[in-house]
Design a protein around this ligand. Sequence first.
Ligand SMILES: NC(=O)c1ccc[n+]([C@@H]2O[C@H](COP(=O)([O-])OP(=O)(O)OC[C@H]3O[C@@H](n4cnc5c(N)ncnc54)[C@H](O)[C@@H]3O)[C@@H](O)[C@H]2O)c1
Length: 170
Amino acid sequence: MNQIDLAGQIAVVTGGAQGIGFAIAQRLLASGASVSLWDLDAQRLEKAREELGASASTVKVDVTEYGGVAAATAEVEATFGCIDILVHSAGIAGRNAPLDEYDLEEWHRVIEVDLNGAFYVNRAVLQGMKARNYGRTVNIASIAGKEGNPNAPAYARGQSRSHWHDQGSR
Ligand SMILES: NC(=O)c1ccc[n+]([C@@H]2O[C@H](COP(=O)([O-])OP(=O)(O)OC[C@H]3O[C@@H](n4cnc5c(N)ncnc54)[C@H](O)[C@@H]3O)[C@@H](O)[C@H]2O)c1
């Protein structure tokens, strides 16, 4: 298995209670990082923490609430001193329907999580990274955001947000 040395680094993984986020958390931990899992689902968070062991901690966060995201950022920075790595994986697909029939509430729900949530998490965490002149962020998006998926107008718009960002060097 390829492994890079992340000993001493503090990572936040949103959507880390399951799926891609959980798998990334496993790899970060295997590389020596400490990982804070942020997720909406408290039960799955607890299960994930038990499975991942002592270097994993959890914060229940809804990425659509900027106040909660800012508070989680402050909590991790106060506990560990910094956030070196952000992996933003929280996301939802939403229901499928043709655009002209797409439910307005569902549209707003998907945009709120996939687009605004990505902005909120990156905005909050980036501030400390800039102040410390170091950070690495990875935003998990979808090919649907680039190519478009039939009957997924909200998901395709919300996921068109993939980028890498580096802040400084160590
Ligand atoms: N699975 C795939 O095939 C695939 C393909 C391309 C892109 N993606 C994208 O990758 C990301 C992760 O996908 P996954 O398959 O691991 O999904 P998943 O459903 O397995 O996990 C997503 C996690 O995000 C959490 N979450 C959802 N809304 C949240 C919110 N408002 N606040 C905090 N946490 C929230 C969920 O509780 C869940 O634990 C998503 O953005 C998804 O769209 C997935």
